[in-house]
Write a protein that binds this ligand. Structure first.
Ligand SMILES: *Cc1c(COP(=O)(O)O)cnc(C)c1O
Length: 333
């Protein structure tokens, strides 16, 4: 069943004091560039450095009578599940592909969770999750296709619209669509006229291509600065696909060079450290891919990045990811 506004209010109650109320701050720099008032919802300030704690805390609280929890993850969901499982004294096994950056793997291990690295895609990791559920009796917590996860992420929408009921447009980073589905359910229930744009990278845009096709499609997973946005949406997707289909007004793609530039700009102008997947909303505005009419907000979804790569970006140096080289340019040059 798709989560309702009431489910999102219930989630807000469950996660209170653990994963709630991040700041929503105006960015004078982005406002100038966008030509409208532009605000940032700072989910990078969550204790695990990403918004995924909301959904994970809500879902783990709902799965308490279990031997433990497991999930596949591009890193941040695993960290959220590990954090929430630790609070409940539960075993957590996080399954990830070898594309997940070391910084994210280390963050999960530091919380005491077991980490299994398997294959080169989310699908490979999912196979191991299914084995753990069948053979070891663990409960699976999907990173995006779970009603409690979606309701948890939806609390971001509640907070944004409570703070600023006049927001006209929300730019939402999009991967499996749990974040977009939750925020969209909250925001459109409160203000049906609000415009919601899902934004993702052009390398392996699973939800964007699935929405176009009218059904979930498989994509090749490629290295990206927006590693958190990688992976498929699941061929058996039950919730996040139909919710994104029915609630998002449009989807927009950004390039690796545009993500690089947005990370640089956010650091140099607003002194915010943000991972690639969290700046796609800024990238879309800075590259002129969306036109805006009034107060707009985006979610800075996380900060869990590889510091060596970030240092290169800040310095304007080239970045090599697998077989791709992203050409660097010093900021402002
Ligand atoms: C997971 C994630 C997203 C995308 O969320 P979905 O629910 O998968 O669409 C965006 N940014 C960051 C930092 C993430 O970890």
């Amino acid at each position: 069943m798709q989560p309702t506004l009431a489910d999102i209010h219930a989630a807000a109650h469950v996660i209170r004091g653990v994963a709630d109320h991040t700041p929503l701050v105006p960015s004078p720099f982005m406002s100038e560039r966008a030509g409208v008032e532009f605000l940032l919802k700072l989910e990078n300030m969550q204790p695990i450095g990403a918004f995924k704690l909301r959904g994970a805390v809500n879902a783990v609280a709902g799965a308490r009578d279990t031997k433990g929890v497991t999930c596949c993850s591009t890193g941040n969901h695993g960290r959220g599940v590990a954090y929430a499982a630790k609070q409940h004294g539960l075993r957590a096994v996080i399954c990830m592909s070898s594309l997940v950056p070391k910084a994210k793997v280390d963050g999960i291990r530091a919380l005491g969770a077991e980490v299994t690295i398997i294959g080169t895609s989310q699908d490979d990791a999912q196979t191991e999750v299914e084995r753990l559920v069948a053979e070891e009796g663990l409960s699976e917590i999907s990173p995006f296709d779970d009603p409690l996860v979606i309701a948890g992420q939806g609390t971001i929408g509640l907070e944004m619209l409570a703070a600023r009921p006049d927001l006209e447009t929300l730019l939402i980073p999009l991967s499996g669509g749990g974040l977009a589905a939750g925020i969209a359910r909250a925001a459109k229930s409160i203000n049906p006229g609000i415009r919601l744009i899902g934004i993702t990278m052009d390398r392996g845009a699973a939800m964007h291509l699935s929405l176009r096709a009218g059904h979930p499609v498989e994509v090749e997973e490629l290295p990206s600065l927006a590693d958190s946005l990688g992976g498929g949406i699941g061929m058996q997707n039950k919730l996040s696909f139909p919710m994104c289909r029915d609630l998002l007004d449009e989807t927009v793609l950004v390039s690796e060079a545009e993500i690089y530039h947005a990370m640089q700009a956010l650091f140099h102008e607003d002194r915010i450290v943000a991972e690639g997947g969290s700046v796609v909303g800024l990238a879309a505005v800075l590259s002129g891919r969306v036109s805006l009419t009034g107060p707009t907000a985006t979610v800075i979804t996380g900060r869990n990045l590889d510091m060596q790569i970030f240092a290169r970006i800040i310095a304007g140096q080239d970045v090599t990811l697998g077989d791709t080289v992203i050409k660097g340019t010093p900021y402002g040059a």
